[in-house]
Design a protein around this ligand. Sequence first.
Ligand SMILES: [Zn+2]
Length: 245
Amino acid sequence: MTAPTRVLYMEERKGQEPDPCYLREFDAKVVERGPDYVALDQTAFYAEGGGQPDDHGVLRWAGGEAKVLRVTKEKGVVKHQVDRMPPGDDVHGVIDWDRRYKHMRMHTSQHVMSGLVYRIWGARTAGNQVHADFSRVDFQPANFTPEDLKRIEDECNAVADAAMEVRIFEEDRVAVANRVEDRALLDLIPQSIRRLRIIEVGKADYCPCGGTHLKNTREIGRVHILEKRSKGKETDRISYELLPP
Ligand SMILES: [Zn+2]
């Protein structure tokens, strides 16, 4: 059985350069070959999940390259679906940075929105899906008025303007549970995991998360809410896009 993949963007954020979430290229060894995929000993590619699409890019070797078409994770092993099999075990991964960075901006802005909606209205995030050009977040219980939506947009943009640092660190599960209350569903995380990876966005959000995050909220740009739609059961879905700063 293949050992779990070392996921490079999950490394602790300690001010190193490049920051783990900003790693665009890396060297790796092929440790498993499937009919149309390879698993590597380490990767910086994001596997689809948690409301964020997977990363695309290429795997290069001396004299050739393969497109990475889809990235999934099964039992800790990250599988890179490729259009060609690398002939040897040494590869150099290059992430499609334009796509990934858009996802990072969207995902970090979603933390900001989810954190402030929880703080102001007590509504938790029941679901979310980010894309490169727009995202949606489902809040519950919620029934936002147009004034509420304006306030959400303004508060998100105030956080972006405040240029808040985004910290990533590990914390003991019990301490996290006491602090997050209903902001995050800790029950979804296996009980065997006692240390959680925390994302702290200044004073705007504090939440366990395994995703990719900006270093500073100023990189978000402007949050522009497109629409709100009721999804029933006191659930409101907010769709939004990001504009340049
Ligand atoms: Zn996150």
